[in-house]
Design a protein around this ligand. Structure first.
Ligand SMILES: *Cc1c(COP(=O)(O)O)cnc(C)c1O
Length: 355
């Protein structure tokens, strides 16, 4: 790895007061080019612009994938990652589906560790805050024939993640639009999935909602995801979530929350969830929580769900009775190194011995 450090850091402690996500980038980025069938030596250099012509392949055909993960500062002042190997494996699964080359583990993992180590002062030490890490890969060949790009760029950029307020959001259950279909790219973090979801989200906002609850594309009768998060539903004292599939992304937060719930003695059922049973549970007063789970926001309890013309509001539970709040605290405490990690999920970012 080639490392070119910035001459003067842009860091100021004020960046930790930011309220928006994904704008306050750190001093450095990683770049690694793929050409002639092989990966070049990765380079870490000051964060900045790249040069492309409008013929760059990704702009035409959308061959692009990404990942999302975080670095946390523990009470010991050290930097930690959370289950990064899960993101590495998923990145390469996304790459296969998008006909892109595999990224070698050492480029992905050593790249993240070295970048986090170099920019460790950018990891906030406030509870619930973290440094968001965004690995991305896209086709960079200068060619406009409709084929797989011959050249790719793998990059990692990082930005300070604010502590999200649990602003009470309401979500519209999709009855027309779809995020994913069988045989498609729904399980991959493929750029186009997100591009295609922005318009349905806009329509939902125009109808007075904040986001979309995605349903199955064939019948719109099964609850699948919430915006760009997995969704967990509490009926009575049981948590329900759909099994991951070709259409449902295998979220690390979902997996971790389900494990924490089971170990806290909460009943968890992984099976297809129908819109009808959620509607009926609301009518009978058994629908307690609709929870979105994903790396960026971690856990979000929604305030209401729109079904057809009806807005089903969810009860406002005190934090000690809210499974979403209980599990969020368990997860964040573990990620930040405040609680024990019996699972081996946390990973220390070592300081390399450096002159
Ligand atoms: C990234 C993502 C998630 C959440 O995955 P995490 O690994 O928990 O961050 C869920 N659904 C979609 C569609 C996603 O892109």
């Amino acid at each position: 790895m080639i490392i070119q450090k910035i001459e003067e850091s842009k860091f100021t402690p004020e960046v930790f007061n930011i309220k928006v996500f994904g704008k306050a980038f750190t001093d450095h980025m990683l770049l690694c080019h793929y050409k002639d069938g092989k990966w070049n030596v990765p380079v870490i250099k000051p964060y900045g612009k790249l040069e492309f012509t409008p013929a760059v392949s990704v702009a035409h055909y959308g061959q692009g994938i990404f990942e999302g993960m975080k670095a946390y500062k523990g009470p010991d002042g050290e930097a930690y990652l959370f289950r990064p190997e899960e993101n590495f494996e998923r990145f390469n699964k996304s790459a296969v589906r998008m006909d892109m080359p595999q990224i070698p583990e050492e480029i992905f993992m050593d790249g993240i560790r070295t970048l986090v180590d170099i920019d460790r002062q950018w990891i906030p030490d406030k509870y619930g805050m973290s440094l968001y890490i965004r690995p991305v890969m896209f086709g960079t060949e200068e060619a406009i024939s409709a084929k797989s790009s011959d050249e790719f760029l793998f990059s990692i950029v990082m930005a300070v993640a604010p502590n999200y307020y649990n602003k009470p959001l309401s979500l519209k259950i999709a009855d027309k639009f779809s995020r994913a279909a069988n045989g498609g790219t729904g399980f991959a973090k493929a750029a186009g999935n997100y591009g295609a979801s922005f318009y349905p989200a806009r329509v939902a906002r125009e109808e007075g909602y904040d986001q979309v609850i995605w349903t199955d594309d064939a019948t719109h009768t099964l609850i699948e995801e919430a915006g760009t998060m997995n969704v967990i539903i509490r009926i009575g004292d049981k948590l329900l979530t759909a099994p991951v599939s070709e259409r449902i992304l295998n979220g690390v937060t979902r997996k971790s929350i389900l494990q924490l719930a089971e170990d806290a003695g909460i009943e968890v059922e992984v099976r297809p969830i129908t819109v009808k049973e959620v509607y009926e549970a609301h009518k009978s007063g058994e629908l307690k929580e609709v929870i979105g789970v994903g790396t960026a926001v971690v856990v979000n309890n929604y305030a209401a769900v729109g079904y057809g013309e009806e807005k089903l509001s969810l009860p406002e539970l005190p934090a000690e009775d809210c499974f979403g709040s209980i599990l969020k605290k368990k997860l964040v405490d573990l990620q930040m190194g405040i609680s024990e990690d019996p699972y081996g999920w946390r990973q220390l970012v070592e300081h390399p011995i450096e002159a």
